[in-house]
Design a protein around this ligand. Structure first.
Ligand code: ATP
Ligand code: MG
Length: 180
């Protein structure tokens, strides 16, 4: 599986629709302070199901919607689509290309889509949970996170290892069964 592209519109500083095509190999994103590099990484985490507003540097979820600038009015919707090449069927879906979309409107309404079909947030998190790409995974390592792993309590470090090992999904399923 490979990250193919990311489309961002109305998300944080990306008022206009912006598409990034990722080529094979390594991609570096460079730019001056405040130009939106971290916003791109947050767009990836957000579309994969991030629900923790604080880790998106906001106080409420609608803070991710373009808030306007000196020359532009605020927008009413943030939309991010991430597309993976799935020709190796790493994601357990029949499609050779999988796109995931998340939309958020200023009134708080959300929409989630997998290959343009409406789905629940849970469908996205379930799809990602054992890929190592889930929202809490270590595929995205932000500044300060390395240090926090070293300083983590043993039980927290254990949950990190469980996540990496792919057993988290079974634990969650077990919890759901137990609470039923
Ligand atoms: P650095 O090199 O300092 O880490 P960066 O390239 O990572 O910078 P970001 O943190 O991604 O920059 O972008 C910050 C910019 O995004 C700020 O100018 C901020 O005003 C803008 N921004 C954040 N949220 C919104 C929003 N909802 N609407 C409009 N602009 C926003
Ligand atoms: Mg940054």
């Amino acid at each position: 599986m490979q990250l193919k592209s990311l489309e961002i519109s109305g998300f944080k500083s990306f008022a206009d629709k912006t598409k990034i095509d990722f080529q094979a190999g390594m991609t570096g994103i460079v730019g001056p302070n405040g130009s939106g590099k971290s916003n791109i990484i947050e767009a990836i985490r957000w579309v994969l199901g991030e629900q923790a507003v604080k880790s998106l540097r906001g106080t409420k979820m609608t803070d991710v919607i373009f808030a306007g600038s000196a020359h532009r009015k605020p927008l009413n919707m943030a939309k991010v689509t991430i597309t993976f090449d799935n020709s190796d069927h790493f994601l357990p879906l029949d499609y050779t290309e999988v796109s995931i979309t998340r939309k958020l409107f200023r009134n708080g309404d959300s929409e989630y889509l997998i290959n343009n079909q409406a789905c629940r947030l849970k469908d996205i998190t379930n799809l990602m949970v054992d890929t190592g790409l889930g929202k809490d995974s270590f595929s995205v390592i932000s500044q300060g996170r390395v240090e926090s792993v070293f300083n983590a309590k043993p039980e927290d470090r254990r949950s990190i290892i469980e996540d990496v090992a792919g057993v988290l999904k079974y634990k969650k399923d077990k919890q759901t069964t137990e609470t039923k």
